[in-house]
Design a binder for this molecule. Structure first.
Ligand code: MEV
Length: 317
């Protein structure tokens, strides 16, 4: 929850998981994505100027990008007098939407400090300014999922300023195990390299993007019908097409197969993929897989993306 008293402000931005449709969503096709309970918490205190406390651990390049991103959000909110700091319990640079979550958390605090409404739409509009600085050509799915905090079918037509999100209701809990499967290259690079390949062989790549878009819509229908087996099958097919696009790696493929062998209804990479990143598995009961992966020393946690709530999260990341 966000607070808003004159002495301290606070805003949360949820991390996200793309269930279906990463990358093709950049080209105008739908993606199915939901929020994690982990994310970024931003805090604000009154100050004579608008500023962001930048963590010491960041590289010079990361500091530069973060400063530029915050500068855009600050300008969009009229530079209110607030000093913003943040912390996170989200694994960083893993394809779990850390920059989108940071953008949403900062947007919430800046809007509160400016005395403006912090509705999901307002928050998403300010966070979008930051995301463009972080990612170059983002589809907008990350920060929109974070701002809405619901399972959504998201689509943004190329060139359109805003994407559209439809909330996908689930009669059943959609439970995932999220596994960290090695370091990966920045999203900007993975998206850029795919853009070059699709420019060269446009027709072939567009065919696959179109197919992935159809899978995302079929997955949303499966969720609404409570057909988790069908959702799992769609996730498996989506992983195969992401691999065909050159977005998987031996480490990601190995983890996908491990999760399937542990009884996942479906498993795939999530987010930008590439050399490493996160893998998700859909389970009726996530407990045994989290227990086994943790025993093997593999970083993971479980999360419920949608449906009736019962339990909290397990595992360490
Ligand atoms: C990154 O979380 C998802 C991508 O589809 C990029 C984007 O949508 O902007 C790879």
């Amino acid at each position: 929850m966000d607070t808003n008293d004159s002495s301290s402000l606070s805003g949360f931005g949820a991390g996200k998981v793309i269930l279906l449709g990463e990358h093709s969503v950049v080209y105008g096709y739908p993606a199915l994505a939901g929020p994690l309970s982990r994310g970024v918490r931003a805090r604000g205190e009154a100050s004579n100027k608008c500023q962001l406390v930048i963590p010491e651990a960041l590289t010079a390049e990361q500091r530069k990008v973060l400063k530029a991103a915050f500068g855009r959000a600050m300008a969009a909110c009229g530079e209110p007098g607030v000093k913003v700091s943040f912390d996170t319990d989200l694994p960083l640079s893993m394809g779990l939407g850390s920059s989108g979550a940071l953008s949403v958390a900062c947007a919430r605090v800046l809007l509160q400090a400016a005395g403006r409404k912090a509705s999901a739409t307002e928050v998403a509009a300010v966070a979008w300014e930051m995301e463009q600085e972080f990612h170059g050509t983002p589809s907008g799915v990350d920060h929109t999922t974070s701002a809405m905090e619901q399972l959504i079918l998201y689509r943004r037509k190329p060139g359109a300023e805003q994407g559209r999100a439809k909330v996908v209701e689930s009669p059943k809990p959609v439970k995932l195990v999220v596994v960290m499967a090695g370091a990966r290259s920045p999203t900007k690079l993975t998206v850029g390299a795919l853009r070059e390949r699709q420019k060269r062989w446009s027709e072939r790549y567009q065919r696959i993007f179109r197919e992935i878009g159809l899978l995302a819509s079929e997955g949303a229908e499966a969720v609404e019908e409570g057909d988790l087996e069908a959702l799992g099958d769609v996730m498996n097919v989506n992983h195969g097409l992401l691999a065909a696009l050159g977005l998987s790696s031996p480490g990601l493929d190995d983890m996908v197969h491990r999760l399937r062998n542990m009884g996942a209804l479906g498993a795939k990479l999530t987010g930008a993929g590439g050399d490493g990143g996160a893998v998700i598995g859909l389970f009726h009961d996530t407990g045994p897989a989290v227990h086994e992966l943790t025993r093997l020393g593999i970083r993971c946690f479980d999360s419920q993306l949608a449906g009736p709530r019962s339990e909290g999260t397990r595992g360490a990341a």
